[in-house]
Ligand binder design. Structure first.
Ligand SMILES: [Zn+2]
Length: 286
């Protein structure tokens, strides 16, 4: 069995039919289908990878709900309202009670995630039994966006630590460049999004995993793939050591993460945890 613990509806020019075909082609049994709600000025459309005509953000809850309704047994429903919306907690509760939301994600907004409103939302998610998926990006100089240098999200790794400490009853999944760069104990995390080269031991991810049992890792996207492929020997040690806290996830439509995992000398027992058992532990299938 394989669970993709991070993907989106109507994403990278793929509609529902294309999505189902892609799941079948890539041996994905179940996908955590996640919303992404934020104001229009807080995201780029990645050369048309997503639509900007949606009012509530690039991937509004309605879009993921449509996928869930069409194939209820192939999707785990995710929804994270913008924490700055005064209705955020009520909407999360309503969506959980009415539509059986099981994941609070993806959170990808231009705010520090230890903001009072975000912390309240995370605690509500914990009470509802929903793990929270958080996207982190540092501020980088990038020339192709006017005004802001780039789209940063969430704050730094110190912000994540404050969140973990303030919400011990809530499970969090770290994701994206601002999280995965910290697999290595170097100073590249706020200079390049996808640092290359051998991992230096003592990274903040490992420190936080050791210190906080409410932290998990979402390996999706180029950031998770890069953190593993930049140093395959380290990746093998990391995956074995934290085999109970890492989830297979794509955020895209290829199987590059799986190809890399299969290239490593991992036991079937560890692979089962990564591919589906850890996901089932956080979110049992209904
Ligand atoms: Zn993301």
């Amino acid at each position: 069995m394989i669970i993709d613990a991070h993907n989106h509806a109507d994403w990278h020019k793929t509609d529902l039919d294309g999505f189902m075909k892609n799941m079948d082609d890539n041996d994905i049994d179940v996908t955590w289908i996640l919303s992404w709600e934020c104001p229009r000025h807080e995201y780029e459309n990645y050369n048309g990878a997503l639509a900007s005509y949606n009012k509530k953000g690039p991937v509004p809850f309605e879009a993921v709900l449509a996928y869930k309704r069409a194939y209820p047994h192939r999707f785990v429903l995710g929804y994270c309202p913008d924490p700055r919306d005064p209705d955020a907690i009520q909407n999360l509760k309503a969506a959980t009670y009415i539509h059986k939301v099981q994941v609070c994600g993806e959170l990808k907004v231009r705010m520090m995630y230890d903001d009072f409103d975000a912390i309240r939302l995370f605690r509500a998610a914990g009470e509802l039994g929903l793990p929270v998926i958080m996207h982190f990006d540092y501020e980088f100089p990038r020339s192709n966006i006017s005004g802001w240098p780039n789209f940063w999200y969430g704050g730094g790794i110190d912000t994540l630590e404050r969140v973990l400490k303030k919400c011990p009853e809530t499970i969090f999944l770290g994701h994206a460049p601002g999280f995965w760069a910290h697999i290595s104990n170097d100073d590249l995390y706020d200079k390049v999004a996808y640092p290359k080269g051998p991992v230096i031991e003592g990274g903040m991810i490992q420190k936080l995993l050791d210190k906080y049992d409410n932290l998990y890792c979402d390996m999706s996207a180029g950031s998770g793939l890069n953190a593993l492929t930049r140093d395959p020997e380290h990746a093998l040690r990391f995956l074995n050591q934290y085999q109970d806290r890492i989830l297979y996830a794509r955020d895209y439509f290829d199987s590059k993460h799986r190809e890399f995992l299969e290239s490593l000398d991992l036991s079937q027992q560890v692979k089962n945890k990564l591919y589906f058992e850890n996901a089932l532990k956080l979110v049992p299938l209904k």
